[in-house]
Design a protein around this ligand. Sequence first.
Ligand SMILES: Nc1ncnc2c1ncn2[C@@H]1O[C@H](COP(=O)(O)OP(=O)(O)OP(=O)(O)O)[C@@H](O)[C@H]1O
Length: 303
Amino acid sequence: MDVRDDTAIRVTDLHMAYGGRTVLDGIGFEVGAGEVVALLGPNGAGKTTTVEVVEGFRRRDGGDVTVLGTDPEHGDDAWRARIGVVLQSWRDHRRWRVRELLGHLAEAYQPYSRPGLARPRPVDDLLARVGLTDVAHQRMATLSGGQRRRFDIAVGLVGRPDLLILDEPTAGLDPAARREFHEIVHEVVDRDGTVVLLTTHDLAEAEVVADRILLLAGGHVVADGSPASVAREVAGPSEVRWSADGTRHVHSTHDPVAFTRELLARGGVDDLEVVRASLEDAYLQIVRRHEADTARHDLEVTR
Ligand SMILES: Nc1ncnc2c1ncn2[C@@H]1O[C@H](COP(=O)(O)OP(=O)(O)OP(=O)(O)O)[C@@H](O)[C@H]1O
């Protein structure tokens, strides 16, 4: 199957509970060909739980999940070979050397090449791409936190996956490595048609890297759309700021394009800035609104 022609991930009515406490209360979403989707939400919202179910690392309590045409609970080696995974943390392999370990992991992908898609990726090229060439012969235990994270990203990419799933991939990366990671994501999407699902707490990152945002809160998907559409959906008006004749002016409007056009037609504007509602404003507004709803509901239940 070519993910360019199909839905890579389909989640329907997914339920998960730990010790009787519901974490996912019937969530549903799809990720299509060529998409980069960022899963956002406050701590404990169930992002890791969701990606672990999608990866086949965790059994679900209810609902249907199809990933690359297969239920993750029944995925075989050939299915797994098509999915790259970057977990939130690994605690193993301390004595292995960096290149040796990546080479060893890469071997598992050898049987799964297909015409036009050689698996695995050449290990030295990949180490160079993630900036680890200089430490290629060091032991894993000697890597810094950020170097370890770069290694994790290399592990996710080594099999040239059709679907790449990353749990907080840039946590602990310095700004240069973070930007480098964003470029790598764009590269694999453009060159290999890889579909990407990632979790992050960095809204600026979500805006730069994702085509679509899924916001989880209180066990539900509470927003689903492009970063710009999610920001527009809930956040207030934009602000137009300008100066004319040495005086600063500010005006709030839901239609900054029309307002700006009118303003410029009047003339005399020396300096102009449009400040749109940010994704961060929208995120905080949606999550707060959701938390208030949940608190109200809990109160009604205990009465
Ligand atoms: N194995 C587990 N046993 C019991 N509770 C768990 C387990 N894994 C997760 N939880 C709980 O389920 C909820 C969701 O956790 P999850 O890690 O999926 O959230 P998250 O959105 O990824 O959070 P974060 O942003 O903090 O990483 C949390 O309240 C967490 O404590």
